[in-house]
Design a protein. Sequence first.
Length: 159
Amino acid sequence: MDLLKTLCLLFAMIVCTRSNGQERPAIAFDEATTISPGFSYTLSNIYFEIDRHKMKPKSMEELERLFSVLQDNPRINIRIEGHVCCIKEAPDALDIDNFEPNLSLNRAKEVYDNLTKMGIDPSRLSYIGLGRSKPVIANERSREDAAKNMRVEFVVVSE
């Protein structure tokens, strides 16, 4: 097994994304002990209503944790990335050709909006919807696979 795959397993990493031209694994934010520029972190405990961008109340604990990290590290800027699933049978892919790019963007914006309402300077944040362009599981076969692809991540873009 190559070094990158080994690191992904050891650190409970969920997806590999490109950052600054290099492969960088996304780390589960709730398992991260530090955050570093160039790395992606999956907000595993952010939940949305099906086919909607409104966050469920149980997401607030994860959002408050991210807020605290940003508040404690005022030089860190992040890009919030929204993702949706690939299979048509999954709840969030009902209008897969027209709806999901906006859904991923609106979910990323929902996290952005909440962080700014909590007091994070908007100039430190950006957001993007990546639709289904970067799946964790490329060949989804089940709702469980789809759930792994429906996620919000953030990338530390500068410090």
